[in-house]
Design a protein around this ligand. Structure first.
Ligand SMILES: NC(=O)c1ccc[n+]([C@@H]2O[C@H](COP(=O)([O-])OP(=O)(O)OC[C@H]3O[C@@H](n4cnc5c(N)ncnc54)[C@H](O)[C@@H]3O)[C@@H](O)[C@H]2O)c1
Ligand SMILES: O=C(O)C[C@H](O)C(=O)O
Length: 364
């Protein structure tokens, strides 16, 4: 089936998202920050969490789950920690604030952790982890989400897609791993649907624990109040493929986010999804040695892996490589599918701001 995508100038996409958020009543500064996080995801090829996510945020703003004028409250802090109540503001805004705050603390005291409750969806977790790596620190970030992940042997989702991002400075930038702890994020299934593609492999199941590959059916089920079936943990359907390990890692995320924050666990978030909890950590590697040496040994290790023996037609890809390649390739023009474009332009029309203008159309 033919799929249509459109090329969008990066600067135009950024200005468009800023117009939308100004339209909701966010300040110019906050709108620019939100735009930066979403455009950054698109530039890196994380299309599930770029401009595609405007529709989800639009529903939440209209339902008053995201409240544009609210400011977060710092509930408690020490030299190495901060606990914040987001007061239902945009997840991106409170997350950048907390990450900046703990980077500052880690630069003075070696390590700092930020915990947030009563927040909203914060987009791609890697954005905040990379903020630490840019300052020569290790960053670890995470969030809980809607109930999306069906534990082994269960028929209904309970945990979130609970992403975990890790960024470590290298000689040339940073090593970044940023992924859901379920087989895949829900956003990726949305993107497959928009591109008329089936879900590949063992990513999701129905209420009888049978593999489900139709993206529309998966999304319909996951939007119901009483969900049956959903996304599988890393490792898929069976113990033979170690699905209990993906389950365990997703549970660790739940402990670091909702449990530590004393917020709502993913199972209780449902479609309201506005009592989300986040976890942020910044660690100064110079507690243990010189930054040059530590960055150097990671860079050397990654290079050795890239050059491992492999079959002639294969290539070894390190986590994070794809996003860096996309970032370099998409500097001027990003690619957005036509369904997302129509979706976001409907939002623009409703808010009375000008639409996103495309450069040219690609048909595949
Ligand atoms: N805010 C939320 O609630 C939420 C929830 C889930 C996911 N997310 C975000 O969704 C995004 C996508 O997550 P996902 O799990 O769907 O993505 P994914 O399955 O594509 O995994 C992405 C990670 O795997 C690496 N990777 C991909 N292909 C690779 C290969 N062939 N070899 C080596 N490494 C490879 C990437 O570099 C990246 O680090 C992330 O940015 C995540 O933070 C956000
Ligand atoms: O939190 C969600 O609803 C979805 C998340 O962004 C995901 O794509 O898995």
């Amino acid at each position: 089936m033919e799929v249509t995508s459109v090329r969008i100038k990066v600067s135009k996409e950024k200005q468009f998202i800023e117009r939308i958020y100004n339209g909701y009543g966010f300040s110019r500064k906050d709108s620019a920050l939100i735009a930066d996080t979403l455009v950054d995801a698109d530039l890196r090829g994380i299309t599930s969490h770029g401009v595609q996510r405007l529709a989800m945020y639009d529903r939440k703003i209209r339902s008053k789950y995201i409240i544009p004028y609210n400011k977060w409250t710092v509930l408690n802090q020490t030299k190495t920690s901060v606990l914040v109540d987001a007061n239902h503001t945009m997840g991106q805004l409170v997350s950048v604030f907390v990450m900046d705050h703990i980077i500052n603390k880690a630069q003075r005291h070696g390590l700092a952790i930020g915990i947030v409750r009563n927040s909203n969806h914060f987009g791609a977790a890697g954005y905040y982890a990379r903020m630490a790596a840019k300052k020569g620190l290790i960053g670890i970030t995470s969030t809980n989400t809607n109930p999306l992940l069906v534990p082994p042997h269960a028929r209904q989702p309970f945990l979130g897609s609970n992403p975990l991002a890790f960024a470590f400075p290298t000689r040339t930038g940073s090593f970044v791993f940023d992924a859901a702890t379920s087989t895949v994020s829900l956003g990726k299934i949305e993107v497959l649907l928009k591109n008329n593609r089936q879900v590949p492999g063992e990513w999701a199941i129905d209420g009888n624990r049978e593999q489900q590959n139709d993206p529309q059916t998966i999304l319909d089920e996951l939007s119901r109040a009483h969900r049956l079936g959903g996304i599988l943990p890393l490792g898929g359907l069976d113990e033979a493929n170690s699905n209990y390990k993906g389950f365990g890692i997703s549970l660790i995320v739940e402990c670091l986010t909702s449990i530590l924050a004393q917020g709502s666990i993913s199972a209780d978030l449902g479609n309201k999804n506005h009592d989300i909890s986040h976890f942020f950590l910044a660690l100064d590697p110079t507690l243990f040695g010189s930054l040059d040496d530590i960055e150097g040994s990671l860079s050397d290790m990654l290079e050795r892996m890239r050059h491992l023996d492999h079959l002639p037609d294969d290539e070894i890809t390190i986590p994070g490589d794809k996003e860096i390649q996309n970032y370099d390739k998409n500097q001027t023009n990003g690619v957005v599918d036509e369904k997302t474009l129509n979706e976001v332009n409907e939002i623009a029309d409703r808010l009375g701001v000008s639409e996103l203008v495309t450069s040219n159309t690609i048909r595949e």
